[in-house]
Each structure stands twice: as C-alpha cells, then as structure tokens.
Design a protein. Structure first.
Length: 71
C-alpha cells in the first residue's frame, strides 16, 4: 500500500499548478531583469559617447567654431 500512496502523491504533485505558477513568475522576473540590464547598458554607452564627444569638443576648441558672432 505504501508504494501506491507514493505514486498517488507524485501524481498529485505533477498535476498541481502552483509549481507551474512559480516557474512562470521566475521566467517573467528573469526577462524583466534582462531587459533592465540591456536598457541600462545602452544608456551607459550613450552617456559615455556623449561625454567623450563633449570632452573632444572642449579639447579641440570646437565650442567657439560653432558660434557665429553677430556684428
């Protein structure tokens, strides 16, 4: 009888949907985390390029070259 009870418990565990819900939340959380990492990586790269461009403009004196003096 104990083997039959074990088999019934295993079947009940496999049919139970609560475990499936936890897996779905884990997958959803992983996708959200991956999206956040991607967004912040792209934002960081954009900020880095902007700062590099500003530093190059300051070093080359391009700030004065872009302005037209009104006479």
């Amino acid at each position: 009888m104990k083997m039959k009870e074990l088999v019934n418990e295993v079947k009940a565990f496999l049919v139970e949907e609560e475990g499936l819900t936890i897996v779905e939340y884990a997958i959803g959380g992983a996708l959200v985390a991956a999206g956040a990492v991607l967004a912040f990586t792209n934002l960081g790269n954009s900020v880095c390029r902007t700062i590099d461009g500003l530093a190059s403009a300051v070093q080359s004196g391009a700030g004065d070259a872009g302005c037209v003096a009104a006479e």
